[in-house]
Design a protein around this ligand. Structure first.
Ligand code: G3D
Ligand code: MG
Length: 184
């Protein structure tokens, strides 16, 4: 008997331009992805097939092309998303501080479109700062305030934290859907 199932998850990756959204997706998918671009929405999407416990997981990561700002409003971008990753940059410059401040704006925007889907924060570009400079209390505060599931420290450049962070979200979605379907 073949009980293998297929699950499809759309995951939106948002955050200011230049924080590393596209690089993180590239790093995670190792170039084994199929990439496409929707001009009218200004978004690109990347597909990846994975297997968990013999079930097939079809993932589509959507990310905003170009220098995005949080007033990016196209509802099609968010439609039917199952999870959301908000990325900001840890670098000690304007992009670092602005992209951190904008987490909440991105969150509000996403929430309005998607309702209650699981959200995580990626604090990216850890390779650009001394880990001793890392102020996790600041990240923890925003994580608690927005009630997002968790935050992950990543580097799309070195790969630090990338696989773990993506896989945790994917497995969470998988187990949630699997539990639902097994109840039917
Ligand atoms: P975006 O998709 O969020 O706009 P990109 O961001 O993935 O295009 O990344 C913007 C720039 O930051 C790129 O540099 C990319 O190489 C760099 N970058 C992304 N993630 C990291 C990281 O973790 N560490 C470091 N050091 N750099 C990173 P360029 O020079 O190509 O514009
Ligand atoms: Mg990009």
């Amino acid at each position: 008997m073949n009980n293998s199932q297929t699950f499809k998850f759309k995951i939106v990756v948002i955050g200011d331009g230049g924080v590393g959204k596209t690089s993180l997706i590239k790093k995670f998918t190792h170039g084994t992805f199929e990439k496409d671009y929707i001009k009218t929405i200004g978004a690109q999407f990347t597909k990846l097939e994975k297997e968990i416990n013999k079930d097939k997981i079809s993932l589509v990561f959507w990310d905003i092309a170009g220098q995005s700002t949080f007033d990016f409003l196209n509802p099609l971008f968010y439609r039917e998303s199952r999870a959301c990753i908000i990325v900001y940059s840890l670098e000690e410059n304007e992009l670092g501080s602005e992209s951190f401040k904008h987490i909440e704006n991105w969150y509000d925007e996403m929430k309005m479109r998607c309702g209650n889907i699981p959200v995580v924060i990626f604090a990216n570009k850890i390779d650009l700062i001394e880990e001793s400079h890392l102020d996790t209390s600041k990240i923890q505060i925003i994580t608690n305030k927005l009630k997002v599931l968790n935050y992950y420290i990543t580097s799309a450049k070195t790969g630090q934290g990338v696989n773990d962070a993506f896989n945790i979200i994917i497995e969470k979605l998988y187990h949630k859907s699997k539990t639902l379907t097994s109840k039917i």
